[in-house]
Design a protein around this ligand. Structure first.
Ligand code: ZN
Length: 103
């Protein structure tokens, strides 16, 4: 075991269970303060909160701003490049032919 106490781990779980509401601004102020106080002492939760906030910001940004064509083309090319060597045409075709649900 590490030096982290069980109470500290429970506090992290508690923060994680409320993090989504916190980031959405749906938590009452006292609960927000709880989370912020916890994050001051907990690098893991601080990092996680920061990462989520960044991601949410990027998603909101992406929803507002259409991607420039060049970026879109580059993204598509990257995805295709990633798929190409490991997913041969025959495999992809078989997956597409698979019925949508299995009983
Ligand atoms: Zn924590």
């Amino acid at each position: 075991m590490t030096t982290r106490s069980r109470a500290a781990r429970d506090a992290c779980k508690d923060v994680l269970s409320r993090i989504s509401a916190y980031l959405d601004g749906d938590l009452p102020a006292p609960q927000c303060h709880d989370i912020e106080r916890h994050c001051r002492d907990c690098p893991a939760c601080t990092e996680l909160t920061r990462g989520l906030r960044e991601t949410i910001g990027l998603c909101q940004e992406a929803g507002r701003t259409p991607l420039p064509d060049a970026v879109r083309r580059r993204a598509r090319a990257s995805v295709q490049a990633l798929l190409a060597p490991t997913a041969p045409q025959t495999k992809r075709r078989r997956e597409q032919a698979r019925p949508p649900r299995r009983s």
